[in-house]
Ligand binder design. Structure first.
Ligand SMILES: C[S@@+](CC[C@H](N)C(=O)[O-])C[C@H]1O[C@@H](n2cnc3c(N)ncnc32)[C@H](O)[C@@H]1O
Length: 276
């Protein structure tokens, strides 16, 4: 069942973003007892923008992508002002060159870096954030930008005031007693080009073990491949399969539904999700 989302829209569109999931299970997610949300795979932070804003609780958001975290931090510090977007390939190519120039000279962790990163995200193809092996941004121009979309910039700095942002991998995070852990890693056998290296199956195993070792409620999402199901079952997760829209393909006829697994730890589908 779909519910309307009431929190501010996330300022970035993100490949593999879970806005559809939050829309479907918002009421259940609001019932998870917690005083903080932890998202080790932050991306577009769909879940936190909705659930943390409604519950008025802080978030610990972490991601391997330093440009993403630089953007959120500058939003938090109230220094961010969006640059005027021109919906053209020439403009996109020019700001992409400027962004890559900042990377070359080591000045990408700056306000200008954050502004360009946001503009590239809005105008780039389907929320993809792709870098080549040399570390330069190479997402192609997209055509899906909605000029009418107004983002509530003044609300973001208020909402993000008590949030913590970190660059890094999940193992470094310190989980506290009243946390709710939401893990949305790159999919097994899915899009892997998020930042520099891909997320291997060995990392999926480490992540599943790490989540399982925590003493707080957690949800781990993934593509329901046979090896992922076997892994999550062997670790004793509470498993539920849901159908999900797949959105990365350029061709609308290729965006068929796929199956995803919701692996829950210290949470039960019966208690939370079945009734919504
Ligand atoms: C599926 S996306 C998360 C989408 C997010 N839940 C949303 O709603 O927009 C996965 C994220 O994991 C990040 N990532 C990839 N490998 C990582 C790692 N080893 N540690 C932390 N983050 C990683 C990527 O940069 C990407 O932002």
């Amino acid at each position: 069942m779909k519910t309307s989302l009431l929190g501010p829209p996330p300022p970035l569109k993100w490949a593999g973003g879970k806005r559809w999931f939050v829309r479907r299970y918002r009421d259940a997610l609001l019932k998870v007892p917690c005083r903080r949300i932890v998202e080790p795979f932050a991306g577009g932070l769909s879940l936190s923008f909705e659930i943390a804003s409604h519950k008025n609780i802080p978030v610990l958001a972490s991601d391997i992508n330093p440009h993403l975290i630089n953007f959120y931090k500058s939003l938090q510090l109230k220094e961010f002002e969006p640059i005027d977007l021109e919906v053209s390939k020439e403009f996109y190519t020019a700001i992409r060159s400027e962004f890559n120039q900042l990377i070359t000279i080591g000045a990408d962790s700056s306000l200008r870096g954050a502004q360009l990163f946001w503009a590239l995200n809005r105008l780039g193809f389907n929320g993809l954030c792709r870098f080549n092996k040399a570390g330069f941004f190479n997402t192609p121009y997209g055509s899906g930008y909605r000029k009418s979309l107004q983002l509530p910039w003044d609300k973001y700095s208020v909402l993000l005031k008590n949030w913590t942002f970190q660059v890094g991998s999940f193992e470094t995070l310190e989980i506290q007693k009243k946390d709710f852990l939401f893990c949305d890693p790159p999919y097994d056998h899915g899009w892997q080009g998020y930042y520099e290296s891909s997320f291997s199956f060995e990392q999926q195993v480490l992540l599943a073990r790490w989540v399982q070792s925590q003493s707080v409620p957690a949800v781990l999402m993934n593509h329901a491949t046979p090896r992922i199901l076997e892994l999550y079952k062997s670790l004793g997760f509470n498993i539920h399969i849901i159908s999900a829209p797949r959105r990365i393909s350029a061709r609308s006829d290729c965006r068929e539904n796929t199956e995803e697994v919701l692996a829950m730890h210290r949470l039960s589908w019966q208690d939370l999700f079945k009734s919504v």
